[in-house]
Design a protein around this ligand. Structure first.
Ligand code: ADP
Length: 577
């Protein structure tokens, strides 16, 4: 199951909405470019006046004045374009920033189960490739298209106002151009898609060969890998040749139509002027306009192509917004801090239940160890108890309110899942901690770090709490990173914690130190510890044995050992190891 892709109408609506939120700068840009384009129209017009004046006989003073006026217009146009360009670029950046922020917000609030089902690869491709492809079009394309449209409109209107009779000749090349562009655009998108797919394959094949170099050597796969690379390169060559072929038709066709316009104006206008219908000056001006319009038309064609490609990426990006949430926040207030599971079921894939109806009551403040063979469903149970996934059957409640009906921020104040994955985000130590509590002051942060025995090393960092960590920042050991994660928990202050083998990956020395930090965090909270090491189970108030998606035994350690069931057998075998 892939993530959804938005249909063209939805993507267009989204793009329209995005532009509408920036209406004010959009109007400013259009106004500035209009003024600049008007100043640009003055040059050819003055030249036309000059031609007419010379034909009729004039003074050197008049010629000087026209030339001075032309110089002023060029200067004005330069200054206007400077500000217009700047405004357009700022606009492009703003729109793109909005898009990116919104996308990140969508991605970070995606239901985990959906992401897991669709595979993270698809999501990563959308956050990287598609965002990159879109970036160029939004940052540069959108502003340039606005400019091109304004310029083309103004030049055409000016020419028509001056003399519609002459100006019609400007459009001689338009039918050929439209045909060529249509022909090209129809083939361009699949052509370029094939090209990027071909390069992606080449990249993949080469990366695989390099990463698996030992295997390739050991199995003497060299020649076969080489043949694969050659075949992939050949496909890339063919794809590239195809698009080059497309450009080889488009470019000359467009260039031809660009020559056609001015030539037609010259001939038709010349004929009209010779018969006294218009002045030579008007013809001069319109010929120049016919040339002037070619630049923006080219730009428009170029960007239409790029924007078509970007639209495909936009549809994929907007598609992520269409993922339905897996929970709907209600307004129930938990009565107390009791967590209860009733007939809890969960299936990662429909029809394949991993949990088969689990009932479990956690007494506030108790420690429950969950043990059982690998694949029994312990982690899945842990995720249910922490409200990470909505159950596919039954409920998990806190104080009689289903976990999945609590707003996410509130949920995390009740119960949190602690796993081995702890990520240090780029930013200061304080930023990393404030993810748990935005408003925490330095005193709070210090107390949280003290609680997990981490204040000493944080204080010893070059800039203390303000030290940059994460990739590129001060390096942290895995144990330190875990302590930061634990300090976040102190700040979140949930009454219940689900530990999924939180410390088992670390080396024993660090683990012992961390265990002290951890027990400080666990103090006074309800704890569900998913354990592979039985000694943690021994310390718990109760032990639950999970097997094949069911709780087969539950009770205090001593009782279970005395009862002589599965747990007793496990315990004895561990004792004799
Ligand atoms: P344990 O923690 O006891 O080792 P898990 O809860 O991780 O067990 O897994 C229980 C069952 O669910 C296993 O059969 C496992 O293959 C399956 N499972 C776990 N995670 C996923 C997932 N993301 N997608 C599909 N199946 C999963």
């Amino acid at each position: 199951m892939k993530l959804p892709i938005a249909d063209p109408a939805t993507a267009r609506r989204y793009a329209g909405g995005l532009l509408r939120t920036h209406r004010a700068p959009l109007v400013l840009i259009a106004a500035l470019h209009t003024l600049a384009a008007v100043a640009g129209l003055a040059g050819p017009w003055l030249l036309g006046r000059l031609v007419d004046a010379v034909v009729d006989g004039t003074t050197a003073g008049y010629v000087d004045r026209l030339i001075a006026l032309g110089a002023v217009c060029v200067l004005a146009q330069t200054v206007l374009i400077r500000f217009a360009q700047r405004a357009s670029m700022v606009f492009g950046e703003r729109v793109f920033a909005d898009l990116r922020e919104e996308f990140i917000e969508t991605v970070t609030s995606l239901p985990l189960s959906t992401v897991e089902r669709a595979g993270t690869g698809d999501l990563v491709a959308r956050t990287t490739n598609d965002v990159n492809r879109l970036q160029h079009a939004v940052r540069f394309g959108v502003p340039r298209v606005i400019v091109a449209v304004v310029q083309i409109t103004l030049v055409v209107v000016a020419a028509l106002l001056l003399s519609p009779l002459v100006a019609v000749a400007m459009f001689v090349g338009v039918p050929t151009m439209l045909l060529a562009v249509r022909w090209y655009l129809k083939r361009a998108t699949p052509g370029y898609q094939r090209e990027s797919a071909a390069y992606a394959t080449v990249n993949g094949t080469i990366t695989e060969s390099v990463e698996g170099a030992r295997t390739v050597d050991a199995l003497r796969l060299g020649p076969r890998r080489l043949a694969r690379v050659r075949a992939d390169l050949h496909e890339a060559f063919l794809a590239e040749k195809y698009t080059l072929g497309l450009r080889c038709v488009l470019f000359p066709a467009i260039d031809l139509t660009f020559v056609l316009g001015p030539v037609a104006v010259l001939l038709w206008g010349g004929y009209l002027a010779a018969n006294g219908h218009v002045t030579y000056g008007v013809v001069t001006t319109i010929v120049m306009y016919a040339y002037q319009v070619t630049g923006p038309v080219w730009e428009l064609i170029f960007w239409v192509d790029e924007i078509q490609v970007a639209a495909v990426s936009l549809a994929r990006i907007v598609g992520v917004r269409l993922v339905e949430t897996d929970r709907e926040a209600g307004d129930g207030e938990p009565r107390d801090e009791r967590i209860e599971a009733r007939s809890l079921r969960y299936a990662y894939r429909e029809g394949h239940d991993v949990l088969h109806g689990i009932d479990l009551d956690l007494a506030p403040g108790e420690r429950l160890a969950v043990v059982g063979p690998s694949g029994a469903g312990k982690s899945t149970l842990g995720r249910m108890l922490a409200g990470v996934h909505p159950p596919t059957g039954g409920t998990v409640t806190v104080g009689d309110v289903p976990l999945v009906e609590l707003p996410l921020e509130e949920l995390r104040g009740h119960v949190a899942l602690v796993t081995q994955e702890h990520h240090v985000f780029v930013g200061s130590v304080a930023d990393n901690l404030r993810l748990a509590d935005e408003d925490a002051d330095e005193d709070h942060l210090r107390r949280a770090l003290e609680a997990v025995d981490a204040w000493d090393w944080v204080a010893a960092l070059p800039e203390g709490l303000a030290t940059e960590v994460g990739s590129g920042g001060a390096p942290l050991t895995p144990a330190q990173a875990q302590q930061i994660a634990l300090a976040r928990l102190v700040l979140l202050d949930p009454h219940t914690l689900v530990l999924d083998e939180a410390t088992s990956l670390l080396d024993p020395r660090a683990a012992r130190h961390l265990e002290r930090s951890l027990s400080a965090v666990l103090e006074g909270r309800t704890v569900v510890a998913i354990a592979h090491r039985l000694h943690t189970a021994h310390d718990a108030d109760r032990v639950a044995v999970v097997d094949a998606g069911r709780i087969t035994e539950i009770g205090p350690h001593d009782e279970l050992v005395a009862a002589g069931g599965d747990y007793a057998a496990l315990w004895h075998s561990w004792q004799h190891e």
